[in-house]
Design a protein around this ligand. Structure first.
Ligand code: GAP
Length: 511
């Protein structure tokens, strides 16, 4: 546990030290659960967004993108169910006066049991060595099965209680499990209450005529209300999708874990409109597709798993999360939801406008069903950043801190370093940058010994370093150093762009 916490602290301090993420309004002591992306962070975030957009919109003939406004007509949120049902169950500890999400307290309790399973697995793996079969072990070992059964029973009961709005039973569960306030250790709890997560604001100049608005809590509704416009103007045929990236806002009760849970965050969502009756098939397909997309980044297949929901949101007939192994354990990264025709039907009812698809083959019209994929950009940033931050022991006994970001996402692609600050080497380095900068993000660094400069670029996540030395003046060659392997090669200046382009080509990563 302490090791995990240390790792997470390292991630947060590295993100600040290397200009990725700053606390918002830091000079005023910050604002809780709100963060700013710094000079490197903004590039990494933009590259992740672009990687998603290309895979979603550019590579799928039947998916188009939009960029809807954050402000929407307030009836949108009545229709979508957010005014009545977008809330979290909260509970206060009477002694510490701290507020928690009741379901998260219970889920954290289960996560602790899960850690016990992990411990049993690593003990057995050590004992059995190469002969160890993890799958067989976790499906036959009595102790592991006992732990798993306990988790399943707790989560099933929690799911049922939340579904039936039985908040008294959620409290009873917390008491039966003897869950204590993580801060004070006290078990003196209030009743569980529902708390709406939407931020309200006003549109208009004077109080009397101002209209109550909400900051959107999800981008999806901007897609639903534009369904008919996009379908008609784009002459889209079912099945088709509409994608969007943008800010969303939630007044999270428990906002912690850095950029994992923020009050202002960004979503990348895609609503796929399908014929009623085909949604299960599309739901399965999008589950597979989205996992494949995550795996393309090379962060390791063991770091992902599906979690099928017991408790379904008010709009869904099936739902699953893709969970990622963050420094604090497996947690939701992306949601895939089969949302039925709930949203379009609700908007039809509230707006009085038809939101249907006319099928020329059968001469009938229908309200399409929707399968949604929804991933948090900031959460994805955290997954990629924390997984990439590594400390390596080198052969000479030293260690290096290296940020092994997928090269296609790295904020700075190429660092150009003159071996010396004189003898014409800086001028050549600048000429190389002037040529590369049209296609790649670059940086120039001439301070300190070359080894220290390499280390700085490693920690910054720069995948390629180009070193200009005396031989460059003679034969127009430079050294290219690869961040991950630290291998160095002599190449012609004229080959730099080709080599780098090949390594960061979308085709290479997304195929
Ligand atoms: N339109 C469906 C929807 O919004 P969700 O599961 O509430 O579903 C989707 O959110 C994704 O948005 C989550 O999987 C997560 O990655 C991200 N997300 C949700 N709340 C967040 C928060 N407070 N901070 C950062 N990311 C968040």
């Amino acid at each position: 546990m302490a090791k995990q916490e240390d790792l997470f602290k390292k991630v947060i301090s590295h993100a600040k030290e290397y200009g990725y993420i700053f606390q918002s309004s830091e000079i005023y002591d910050g604002l809780s659960a709100v963060y700013d992306y710094a000079q490197n962070g903004v590039e990494l975030k933009k590259n992740i967004r672009n990687y998603w957009w290309k895979a979603m919109v550019q590579l799928n003939e039947n998916i188009v993108g939009i960029d809807a406004a954050i402000f929407m007509h307030p009836t949108t949120w009545k229709a979508s169910g957010h005014v009545d049902a977008f809330s979290d169950p909260l509970i206060d500890n009477k002694d510490s006066k701290k507020r928690y999400r009741a379901d998260v307290l219970i889920e954290d309790y289960c996560a602790k049991i899960e850690k016990k399973i992990d411990k049993e697995v690593s003990k057995a793996a050590k004992r059995f060595g190469d002969a160890f079969n993890k799958e067989e072990f976790i499906t036959t070992n009595g102790r592991v099965l006992g732990y798993q059964k306990k988790i399943d029973t707790i989560l099933k009961r929690l799911g049922k209680s939340l579904e039936n709005e039985n908040l008294a039973d959620v409290k009873a569960l917390i008491e039966e499990l003897e869950i204590a306030c993580p801060l004070s250790g006290s078990k003196n709890w209030t009743d569980v209450k529902q708390f709406n997560l939407m931020f309200g604001t006003k549109l208009g100049a004077d109080a009397a005529s101002a209209m109550d608005l909400y900051l959107r809590p999800e981008t999806a509704q901007g897609i639903f209300v534009n369904f008919a416009n996009v379908q008609k103007t784009g002459r889209m045929k079912i099945p088709f999708g509409i994608a969007q990236t943008g800010k969303a806002f939630r007044n999270e009760i428990v906002a912690r874990q850095f950029i994992f849970r923020m009050r202002e965050f960004e979503q990348m969502e895609m609503q796929f409109f399908v014929k009623p009756g085909t949604q299960t098939e599309w739901y399965k397909k999008w589950k597979e597709e989205r996992l494949k997309w995550h795996l393309s980044l090379g962060l390791g297949a063991d770091n992902y798993r599906f979690h099928d929901h017991e408790k379904l949101a008010h709009y869904a007939d099936a739902a699953a999360d893709i969970e990622f192994k963050f420094p604090f354990g497996f947690k939701e990264l992306e949601g895939i939801h089969s949302r039925t025709d709930f949203d379009l039907k609700a908007h039809e009812e509230h707006s009085g406008k038809k939101l249907r698809f006319f099928d020329h083959e059968t001469n009938t019209n229908y309200v399409p069903y929707v399968v949604e994929t929804s991933v948090g950009l900031d959460r994805l940033f955290l997954a990629i950043f924390s997984n990439s931050l590594q400390t390596e022991d080198l052969e000479d006994g030293s260690t290096r801190v290296v940020l092994k970001l997928p090269s296609i996402l790295a904020p700075i692609k190429v660092a150009v370093l003159p071996l010396l600050k004189k003898e014409g080497l800086p001028e050549i380095a600048h000429r190389i940058i002037d040529d590369l900068k049209f296609d790649f993000t670059t940086t120039y660094d001439e301070k300190d010994a070359i080894g220290r400069r390499y280390r700085r670029q490693d920690a910054n996540g720069t995948p390629f370093c180009i070193t200009v030395d005396h031989q460059t003046k003679e034969d127009n060659t430079v050294t290219i150093r690869y961040r991950d392997t630290m291998l160095q090669e002599r190449i012609a200046i004229s080959d730099i762009a080709t080599i780098v382009s090949k390594e960061i080509a979308f085709k290479k990563w997304l195929r």
